[in-house]
Design a protein around this ligand. Structure first.
Ligand code: FAD
Length: 318
């Protein structure tokens, strides 16, 4: 069976969920060989083997933490040349997309970004993408070189598949460009204790209807009762009620959770662009004619200041 190279996103050896989802998809098109880089890389092996990885290629060097993405691209290219895979899969984070694009350029391959599904095809893996503000779903495949594909978080359910994975060290010598851009400082974001917006299984967003920064506490309380992340429409962000890092939409983040609850959001096309691929969509809006009701699975016509606290109470009681 052909081998598929999977780039591992991890934090000090803890594998992030989008990589485990990627492994589920990778197994549809071949045998996953993972590439884990940086501090704790070897510690990823046990988790990766539980999810069907037949081999983990690891390398650690200070350069991965000290410089922007090029050292990682250098290492992924070494792994690519060693394995000659049928495809290279990378999680669709901002960093992942840069790594994938640089690798594709170096190896002369076509690239597909932000896939939401993958299947095996006669002429190589077929990727599904959601395009034009999620108005269309396309299926495409790379027609030149080894397919390099980035896959959005929440595109597949994580499935365990124990494998007898081996761990091998990669020998990487960095290119001249690897040390071109040095990271001069890192500022940790204050932790809210909530899941990362783009990876969360449940996202609750508030819009102009929330009416003020202080009222976002309503959304946050409901979010915490569900273990959800909190998002906001651009109107709420532009009003200074919620941070820009939490904006959902065309000029914000793209989310694709199992459940998306929009409160006080009208459903403008630019907002839909960032959430329309959510599996189940619920809207709470006092205007029965609001466009968001055209795309919801469940709609509540009502005042969010009445509905949201009732919902929170009900969920806490269970
Ligand atoms: P509104 O459209 O004002 O809707 C507020 C809704 O709240 C209404 O439907 C109202 O009925 C309801 N409401 C009011 N009070 C209550 C209540 N008490 N209870 C229940 N419901 C209530 N928007 C984004 O969100 N993300 C983007 O990334 C984005 N990018 C953009 C990029 C461009 C180039 C442009 C031009 C626009 C972009 N926008 C984006 C803006 C977008 O067009 C809309 O203006 C915005 O999404 C509206 O936000 P909203 O739904 O919160 O506000």
């Amino acid at each position: 069976m052909a081998e598929v190279l999977v780039y591992v996103d991890h934090v000090d050896g803890a594998v992030r969920k989008p990589t485990l989802e990627l492994l589920t998809l990778a197994r549809r098109i071949g045998e996953p060989v993972a590439v884990a880089l940086g501090g704790g890389a070897a510690d990823t092996a046990a988790t990766l083997a539980e999810h069907g990885t037949v081999k983990v290629l690891t390398h650690d060097a200070a350069e991965y933490a000290e410089y922007l993405v090029v050292p990682k691209v250098d290492a992924l290219q070494v792994a690519y040349e060693r394995v000659s895979p049928a495809a290279v899969l990378v999680p669709s984070s901002a960093e992942g997309k840069e790594i994938a694009a640089r690798l594709a350029l170096r190896i002369g391959s076509g690239i597909i970004t932000d896939a939401i599904d993958l299947e095996a095809g006669d002429e190589g893996p077929v990727a599904t993408q959601s395009v034009f503000a999620a108005s269309f779903v396309t299926k495409s495949r790379v027609s030149k070189g080894t397919p390099v594909i980035t896959v959005k978080p929440n595109s597949a359910a994580v499935e365990a598949a124990p494998a007898a994975g081996t761990v091998e060290a990669l020998a990487v010598s960095f290119s001249e460009k690897a040390t071109g851009t040095k990271i001069t400082g890192r500022t940790a974001r204050e932790s809210t204790g909530r899941p990362e917006l783009t990876e969360a299984a449940i996202v609750l967003s508030g819009g102009r209807g929330v009416g003020g920064a202080e009222n976002f506490a309503l959304i946050e309380t409901l979010a915490d009762s569900l273990g959800a992340a909190v998002g906001a429409s651009r109107a709420a962000v532009d009003a200074g009620w919620y941070p820009h890092t939490n904006q959902v939409g065309q000029t914000g983040k793209s989310v694709s959770p199992q459940l998306y609850i929009a409160s006080g959001i009208s459903g403008a096309i630019q907002h839909r662009a960032g959430m329309q691929t959510s599996k189940t969509i619920v809207a709470i809006n006092k205007d029965a004619e609001a466009p968001i009701f055209d795309l919801v699975d469940y709609g509540v016509v009502g005042d969010l200041f009445e509905v949201v606290p009732q919902l929170t109470e009900e969920i806490k009681a269970r």
